[in-house]
Each structure stands twice: as structure tokens, then as C-alpha cells.
Design a protein around this ligand. Structure first.
Ligand code: ASP
Length: 452
């Protein structure tokens, strides 16, 4: 059995959904289909999820919502028309949106989640109806039937029992069309995953039914070794391990959601990233293991928006519990961290800047200074993390030196270096403004001369 997931651009219009139907039909093993909400049809279009967020915001402010709601209904109407479906499906969608807008507003986050999820939920119903209309027996299944998630305040994740609940889908006769992006708590409250989270739903389904393959259909032929918007004509990645993909998607490889790897990784279901607009292209396979041949580096990625908390204290290395106390201060502010490079008497904690506000920054600095008696404490912003990834890096000497030399040629100072213990990645912290130049320099160093 194959579980496939179709992203926003793959289900953005009637024409795209027809391609989806052809892909599903062409292989009878494709029995479970997870779908996103309709995404962008062209560069300046707006995703249905964003339209729904606007609608939720307007409803929260008690503004007139009819126009916003109609825009969403019209998007579905255009799709239904193009697929020659009966208009009653659009009445059902309009009614569903009205009901959601009237829902409980006492918790704004949950209210927005419930509206946001309407894109996926209604699209799944519509696509199931379309499959049936063209003679492909299909059934919409709601995440209510098993995809249980945790309660607030933590970010949404599937509870272990979700997998057992969804396992019976394995014996389905019809094609199952399952909406991506959300689940329900045990108390029946809808919660969405992060943006782009339909990938996560597909992965949960693939793990639950122990699929042979999880196909993730998007709008690119494959994963590239570097961002094609920055590097000219980067090498295509044919095969990549979970670990490599995890490291790359952490820093800007947006083709596949980083949280989506976990469920399939646990069971060892391989993933194939494919293109709905070019389904015969082999795509990129994400596998548990691969033989390491050719170049040592598989990909180079970069992401901006990092801040560094620098703390120094003489004899820090002798102080039992210093690291724990420091990280406790961050935990108290509900902040997660990415790296903690350290020296004998100093440590930097690198975190995503979007977690830091003027208020919590002030609190953190004063607590570190006063409670930990630090000699120096500074918070600095505007960093990028450049990540070089490759299973082959472990057996390769001199790679860090080559990377550092390439970076130094751009004039950028390396503020931090971190090599993961698994040695599949090497991370450099640099000032944001050098990010693109560094990506190009590293690509030149590791890829440009030796196409394998
Ligand atoms: N529709 C959601 C988003 O735009 C989830 C997804 O497409 O994966 O983020």
C-alpha cells in the first residue's frame, strides 16, 4: 500500500485535481490520499489557508465576515465547476464555514485552528466526491476517526494511540481521502499542526498502516542540493537518508516539513518526493540508509532569523549545574534552543529569534547576570545558520577546513561552528547579510566542479 499526500499547489484548481486523480488511478496501491487545502494557482494568488486565517481574524474582531467567507466559497465553487460537480457541495461548504465562524471564541488559538482546518477538510470531501463521480470509489475519512492529538499549550503532535486507531485503514477497499493538517484532542477539540503540516498527516497515515511507501507530491521534480533561488542550477538529490533530510529541512529546505519525518522514520517507511506536474520524474527518495558513494556533501542549506545568548563566567567549567540553570531560565520563558557551542568559560545558546520579545530578553539578561553571576551576558540578533549535510562527511578529512576557507573568502566572520555528534552535519553561524554569498561559495567548493 502507498500513502500519498498532495500539497497545496497540487490541489489548487480543477485542472490540478484531475492530475491527482490520474496519478492515484495509475497505481492501485495508492489507496490513501492525504490532501492540503487549495494553494496558490499562480505567483500572486492567495492560499485558501491564508484566506481562512483572514476570515478567522475578522470574526474575532466581530467584523463583517460575509465577504471574506464568500471568497473562500468561490474558490471551492470554481474547483467544483471545473470538475463538473453538483453545486450542492458548495452549499455544504458554505454552511460548514458559517458553523465554524459561529463556534466558541473563548480560546482564540483554537478558534483560528478550527477555521484554518476548513480548507483541508472541505477539499478532502470535494476530492472524494470527484473521485466517485469519475468512477473511482472513494471515501472521505475525518481525522475525528482516530487522529488524536495532544492538548494545549504544547504545539500539536499525534498521540501514540493515533497510530493504532488509524491502522485499520490498511484494509480499505475504496480510496481514502483524508484531510491533512489537523487532528482532534481526546475531548474532541480540533487542533492544527504547524503551517505546511499536511506532510505530517500523510506521514502519520503511512506509519499507521505501515505503508510500503509514502509519496509526497509537490510542485518540484526533486529536492535540490541547494536553494535554486540562490544557487544556479543546483544538483538534484536522488536519494537521501532521513538524517540528512532532517538536517537540511531544519534550515530552509521547505519541500518537506521537518516534523513529517518522525512518524515514517520510526517505522522505516521510505518517502518519495514527487512532482504532480511531472509524475514520471523519479523524484527524491528519503531512505533509512544509503550507500555512500560520490561526493561527501549531499546538500547545503541556510536559514536566517537566529539570535545568540552569549554568557561568560570565569571557571564556568568547574561550576556544577551551570548549563542546567542557564537553560532553565530559557525554559521558564518557554524558549527552545538549537545549538549550544561552548568554551571553557563561555557558552552561547542559539535560538530562533521569533521566540524573543523585548520583555523576555530583558528578563533573561537580568536573570543570567544576577542569578548565575555571569561576568558578561549579551543577546545578539540577525544571524543565519548555514548547514552542510552529508552521510559521507564522517569519513572525509579536511572538510571543515575547506568550508571555513570558502566562507572566509566572502569576508564573513564565522561566529559559531557546530559539528553534530553524528558527523552528518556541520553548522556555521554567520551574520545574516552574508547568507546568500556563503551559500554560493560553499556550493562552488563542494559541488560545482564534480557533478556525479
Ligand atoms: N494548508 C496548510 C498550509 O498552508 C497546510 C498544508 O498545506 O500543508 O500551511
Amino acid at each position: 500500500m502507498i500513502v500519498c499526500k498532495f500539497g497545496g499547489t497540487s490541489v489548487a484548481s480543477a485542472e490540478q485535481i484531475q492530475k491527482v486523480a490520474n496519478i492515484v488511478k495509475s497505481n492501485p496501491a495508492r489507496k490513501i490520499v492525504a490532501v492540503s487545502a487549495p494553494g496558490k494557482r499562480s505567483g500572486d494568488d492567495i492560499k485558501v489557508t491564508d484566506l481562512l486565517i483572514n476570515l478567522a481574524m475578522a470574526a474575532l474582531k466581530n467584523e463583517e465576515i460575509e465577504e471574506e467567507l464568500q471568497i473562500v466559497v468561490n474558490r471551492f465553487m470554481a474547483i467544483a465547476d471545473g470538475l463538473e460537480l453538483d453545486h450542492t457541495i458548495c452549499d455544504v461548504i458554505a454552511e460548514d464555514l458559517h458553523e465554524r465562524v459561529q463556534g466558541d471564541k473563548s480560546n482564540e488559538e483554537l478558534f483560528i485552528d478550527s477555521i484554518k482546518a476548513a480548507g483541508e477538510d472541505n477539499n478532502a470531501k470535494l476530492i472524494a466526491a470527484y473521485f466517485n463521480s469519475i468512477g473511482m470509489p472513494a471515501r472521505y475519512v475525518s481525522p475525528k476517526d482516530g487522529l488524536v492529538v495532544n492538548d494545549l499549550p504544547e504545539r500539536t503532535y499525534a498521540l501514540p494511540e493515533a497510530y493504532a486507531n488509524l491502522a485499520p485503514l490498511k484494509s480499505t477497499k475504496e480510496i481514502i481521502v483524508f484531510p491533512g493538517f489537523f487532528g482532534y484532542t481526546k475531548a474532541g477539540i480540533l487542533r492544527t499542526f504547524d503551517r505546511g503540516g499536511s506532510d505530517i498527516t500523510g506521514s502519520i497515515l503511512a506509519a499507521a498502516v505501515e505503508a510500503e511507501l509514502y509519496e509526497n507530491f509537490t510542485d518540484v521534480d526533486c529536492v535540490f542540493s541547494a536553494n535554486p533561488k540562490v544557487v544556479n542550477d543546483p544538483v538534484e538529490i536522488k536519494e537521501i537518508t532521513y538524517r540528512e533530510m532532517r538536517e537540511l529541512s531544519y534550515a530552509g529546505f521547505s519541500v518537506f516539513h521537518d516534523e513529517a519525518l518522525m512518524p515514517v522514520y520510526k517505522i522505516g517507511v521510505p518517502v518519495n518526493i514527487k512532482n504532480t506536474n511531472n509524475p514520471s520524474a523519479p523524484g527524491t527518495r528519503i531512505v533509512p540508509r544509503r550507500s555512500v558513494t560520490g561526493r561527501p556533501v549531499t546538500g547545503i542549506s541556510a536559514d536566517s532569523g537566529f539570535s545568540t545568548l552569549y554568557v561568560s563566567k570565569y571557571l564556568m567549567n568547574r561550576e556544577v549545574g551551570f548549563g542546567r540553570k542557564l537553560l532553565q531560565i530559557l525554559e521558564d520563558e518557554n524558549i527552545s534552543y538549537e545549538h549550544t557551542p561552548s568554551g571553557l568559560d563561555d557558552i552561547s545558546v542559539i535560538m530562533r529569534s521569533n521566540q524573543i520579545t523585548l520583555e523576555n530578553e530583558e528578563r533573561i539578561l537580568s536573570r543570567v547576570k544576577n542569578e548565575l553571576n555571569a561576568d558578561d551576558v549579551q543577546m545578539r540578533h540577525g544571524f543565519s545558520m548555514i548547514v552542510i549535510v552529508g552521510e559521507g562527511m564522517r569519513n572525509n578529512t579536511g572538510l571543515a577546513a575547506r568550508a571555513a576557507t570558502a566562507i572566509s573568502k566572502t569576508g564573513a566572520n564565522i561566529e559559531m561552528i557546530n559539528q553534530g555528534s553524528s558527523e552528518v552535519s556541520l553548522v556555521f553561524g554567520v551574520l545574516q547579510e552574508y547568507e546568500n554569498q556563503i551559500l554560493q561559495a560553499l556550493y562552488e567548493e563542494f559541488f560545482a566542479h564534480a557533478r556525479v
